[in-house]
Each structure stands twice: as C-alpha cells, then as structure tokens.
Design a protein around this ligand. Structure first.
Ligand code: SF4
Ligand code: SF4
Length: 300
C-alpha cells in the first residue's frame, strides 16, 4: 500500500486525494502541480517487490506495503529532484543507448537508468544516476582526512615545542556503497539475462548540496562524480536477493512484522529517527524517536 496521507505544515494529516482536490488550509503549502508530482512519485503502481525495495530493510518495505502511511510533501521533494534529472537524461538518449526499461525475473524487477555508449566507445556500459548528499558522496568515494606534520613547531602557548599538523584529504578509504553496488549488479544480471553484455557499471552521482560550505568540508568540490562499481558474484547477489524476497513474501503472507531492520539498513538508527516514513508503525522506530533505551535484541 503506498503512502495514503499528506502531513500538512500544522501536522494534520489529510488523504492525498482530498489534498489534491482541495486544500484544508487557506492557502496550499506548495504549488498544486508540485503536489501532484509528489503524489505521482509515491504511487508507482508496481506490485512485485523491486530491487530497491528488497535492498531496504524488510521491515521497512513490509510496513510500506501494508500500512497507509503519511508523508510530509516537503520531505519527499528529493524524489522529484531525482526524477527531474532522470527526465533530462531520458530526453537526450539519441544514438546507441537504452534508457529506463523495467526488467523482471522470478525474484524481482528493476529499472536501469542508462545502458549503451554513454561514456566512451564501449556499448556495454550500465549507468545509474543518483542525486545525493555530500555526506553520502564522501562515504561512497572513500574520502577521509589525515593529519600530516608540517615540519614546524608551536613557538608559544600550551603547545610550545610540539609539532604542527595540517589536515589533508585522502580518497583511498573504504567505499561505503554496498547498497548501490548490489542495485547495479542486479540490473547487470537482469540485462545479461536478456542477452545484453555489461562491461562496465558506473554511477553518476550529482551532489545536491555541493555549493554549500558543508560539502567542501567533506572534501566534495565537484557537482558530479563518476563512481565505478565493481562486479559482485552473481551467485552471492542472487542468493541475497532471494533471501530478502522470501523474508518479505513470508511477512506479507503471515502478516507478521519482520525483525527490526539491520543496523546498516536503518543507517544506525538515523533513518528511524528522522527519515523512515513508516517509523510510526515500527516499535523500534518509536523507541528511537522517544529516546528510550533500546533492548539488545528485538525479535519482532
Ligand atoms: S496543500 Fe499542503 S496544507 Fe493544503 S492540504 Fe495539502 S498538504 Fe495540507
Ligand atoms: S523505523 Fe527503523 S527499524 Fe523501523 S522500519 Fe523504519 S528503518 Fe526499519
């Protein structure tokens, strides 16, 4: 079941249909076409679990599929940024390339963004477009800061005689992109099942806050980064997705709440605290929001 309600600025909830028909306030909180676009982005009309739904925590996907949850239109506008960038690309795919085709197998379905001659002469490049934050980019690029000695020492003060250091960025750290890598590798498998060769997988990540100081403090100084994704074994990916699909299927069949999402899936509780749209139906989400002590293990 997709989102059913919008949350108004005064925290009242209203069925999305009713909001689109008539605002319950004196003036709409944003333009009607924008609200329509937000509503459309929430109702994609796909029944089978998609690759991205399976990559998310099973509990989160289960709750999104079974609860008529509410969203604040302000907080889902990022989805529109993503679709706008996709549309810009989609309208310029003349030549040897394919775009936005949904492929299916017996486990799931996924829609790749771009495939073909999109980077060089290689016609087997699978491309994915992301609009993301400088924080996620810093993690995805494996950027971290190190302190290196300047060769000078403090001449006065408490640190007198101690060596001076300066901070420098390195980008050979651990790349935190497993979710992106699983997604692209699954699209690769779906394309290969159709007889298409995939020689390279690349993400074009657009930083949505790149003009802000916080981005440069995170070592992000470009608007767009190309991030190569390495192949993961088909066997591992298919087993992982099969496992996630089976867990979701079982929960939907029995109606039993799946175990709490894994720490990575719930961004170590940051998602539960502020970004999970179904947190109000999740006991763990409620505890995090209420700052109550978390039990060591929750079974459902
Ligand atoms: S336009 Fe905004 S304020 Fe008006 S009903 Fe819809 S969500 Fe609420
Ligand atoms: S609140 Fe956290 S644990 Fe609960 S469904 Fe959302 S992400 Fe998962």
């Amino acid at each position: 079941m997709p989102a059913k309600f919008f949350i108004c600025p005064d925290n009242q909830q209203i069925p999305i249909e009713s909001c689109l028909t008539a605002c319950q306030s004196r003036q709409r909180c944003m333009f009607l076409p924008t609200l329509r676009a937000v509503a459309k982005s929430l109702h994609r009309g796909i029944t089978e679990p998609t690759v991205t739904e399976l990559i998310a925590g099973t509990r989160e996907t289960f709750l999104k599929k079974t609860m008529g949850y509410a969203v604040n239109p302000q907080s889902v506008l990022y989805a529109l940024h993503g679709s706008a960038v996709h549309t810009i690309n989609e309208n310029h795919t003349e030549g040897n390339m394919l775009t936005e085709i949904r492929l299916k197998d017996e486990i799931t379905s996924g829609k790749f963004d771009l495939y073909g001659e999109i980077l060089d002469q290689d016609s087997g490049v699978l491309g994915d477009i992301k609009v993301t934050s400088s924080y996620k980019l810093m993690k995805a690029l494996g950027k971290y800061k190190v302190e290196i000695p300047t060769g000078e020492v403090y001449k006065t003060g408490l640190k007198k005689g101690q060596p001076k250091y300066k901070k420098e960025w390195r980008d050979d750290g651990c790349r935190n992109i497993l979710d992106w890598a699983i997604q692209l590798n699954y699209y690769r498998i779906l394309l290969q099942q159709q007889g298409m060769e995939v020689n390279k997988m690349v993400i074009q990540a657009l930083c949505r806050d790149n003009s802000l100081r916080i981005a440069s403090e995170r070592g992000i100084d470009q608007a767009i980064y190309l991030i190569a994704i390495h192949p993961i074994s088909d066997h591992w990916i298919q087993r992982y997705m099969q496992h996630k699909a089976a867990a979701l299927q079982e929960a939907l069949h029995t109606g039993k709440l799946p175990p709490v999402c894994k720490a990575k899936e719930r961004w170590h509780d940051r998602k539960c605290q502020a970004y999970c749209q179904v947190a109000e139906y999740c006991p763990h989400g409620q505890r995090v929001k209420n700052h109550l002590a978390l039990p060591l293990k929750e079974v459902g």
